[in-house]
Design a protein around this ligand. Structure first.
Ligand SMILES: C[S@@+](CC[C@H](N)C(=O)[O-])C[C@H]1O[C@@H](n2cnc3c(N)ncnc32)[C@H](O)[C@@H]1O
Length: 377
């Protein structure tokens, strides 16, 4: 199918919803049909025309000359068929002519114009088409996305759905994303898919190299830059790195640090997983926030993904401690999302043992982690 980058609406919808359920219409023709329908003052006539239009769209029956097309370009609009049919049904169910006309006008406006916020490409005039985007604060995601280069090989990675959701919600196409604990490169693989530029920092050279190789395996249809740089993200000259790529600032930070010492990622003293105490871990985490904040554009978002830990009979709320470190630095808390925990193979095998321990020790087995969302004011 031909794609035209001059048509942002088609681009956005295509990025989010699969094309098989879409209809491609000639924009001008569709708007003209809707205008002709809108001038009816007789609700019966108005509904009859909508009924015919709905049936034509339902069967992609070319009764209106030139309404349907197969190629996308700047003169066409690609709409989710199920959503469009539902909108036409809503018009058919209207009790008054005024109401029906209001819905016709709204449909026409959603086709003619695009309304987006400052931080993403979601067309708010066609918001019903984005049902893939989560908006609730409880995420139960039963299976990891293992498509393409997402192999899930790295112990301690996050599920690709996390960066996927965050990129759609908090970045525009061609924006810059920084992941200072990039690990196996999950964020950068998603950047390639969704057409965002990404920089990842990773302390462990071998992990960084493997990540680079994997990221290269993912197609790069939007020709974005995805770079993995080795180093300690608490102290690296991030502005210098951005300058090299011609980027002034980044528009999103995705931060997925070690959950203190739950997984030891290396033997390095610069590795947050080797902090001797919770206090030291938080101090290191604070250094990271201090280092990344100057490169995050004002008004844009910081995403922190972290879970808690259990030690010597005590629940250590690492998530809330880290949240408080970010808040101390003047960020605005926008949301706390609770997400089900991806059970590791080791944990699955030990399920019975953990249940026994929980019953005996008077605690609950971890089943969730947090996604904290902050805005840089
Ligand atoms: C929880 S993992 C991130 C996993 C990643 N989200 C993924 O999907 O693969 C944390 C990563 O931070 C790295 N790390 C630890 N301390 C670091 C530091 N000071 N600077 C940069 N990376 C560090 C570890 O080597 C590890 O790969």
């Amino acid at each position: 199918m031909k794609r035209d980058s001059a048509s942002p609406l088609s681009e956005d919808i295509e990025a989010i919803s699969p094309s098989p359920s879409s209809v491609i219409l000639n924009k001008e023709k569709f708007v003209e049909i809707l205008s002709e329908i809108e001038i009816h003052n007789d609700i019966v006539q108005l509904k009859k025309d909508i009924f015919d239009l709905r049936n034509a769209i339902d069967c992609i029956n070319n009764h209106e000359d030139g309404l349907f097309t197969t190629d996308e370009n700047s003169e066409t609009v690609s709409l989710r068929k199920d959503v469009l049919i539902a909108e036409l049904n809503q018009i058919l169910e209207s009790q008054t002519c005024e109401r029906a006309k209001y819905y016709v006008r709204r449909l026409s406006q959603g086709v003619r114009s695009i309304r987006t916020s400052r931080v993403n490409d979601i067309n708010l005039l066609r918001w019903k088409e984005y049902d893939e985007i989560l908006t609730d604060s409880l995420w139960i995601i039963p299976t990891r996305d293992t498509s393409g280069a997402h192999l899930g090989w790295y112990w301690g990675n996050f599920i690709p759905q996390i960066p996927h959701q965050m990129l759609l919600r908090y970045t525009k196409k061609d924006d810059w994303v920084l992941d200072p604990f990039v690990g196996s490169g999950t964020t950068l693989i998603e950047c390639r898919r969704l057409g965002r530029n990404g920089i990842g920092i990773e302390l462990n050279e071998e992990v960084a190299q493997r990540a680079r190789e994997l990221i290269e395996k993912e197609n790069n249809p939007h020709s974005v830059k995805t770079e993995v740089i080795v180093g300690d993200s608490r102290v690296m000259d991030l502005q210098g790195i951005l300058d090299q790529f011609g980027a002034k600032q980044v528009q999103l930070l995705i931060i997925h640090p070690p959950y203190h010492d739950i997984i030891k990622f290396s033997a390095s003293g610069e590795d947050l997983s080797n902090a001797q105490t919770t206090e030291e871990f938080l101090a290191m985490f604070g250094q990271l926030i201090d280092n990344v904040t100057p490169v995050l554009e004002r008004g844009r978002f910081l995403v922190l993904v972290i879970g808690d830990k259990y030690s010597k009979g005590e629940w250590i709320p690492l998530g809330f401690y880290c949240m408080s470190e970010v808040l101390k630095r003047g960020y605005l808390l926008k949301s706390i999302i609770v997400k089900n925990f991806d059970e590791t193979r080791a944990k699955r095998k030990q399920k019975e043992l953990w249940r026994y321990r929980a019953l005996a020790g008077g605690f609950y087995v971890f089943k969730h982690e947090y996604i904290f969302l902050f805005q840089n004011l």
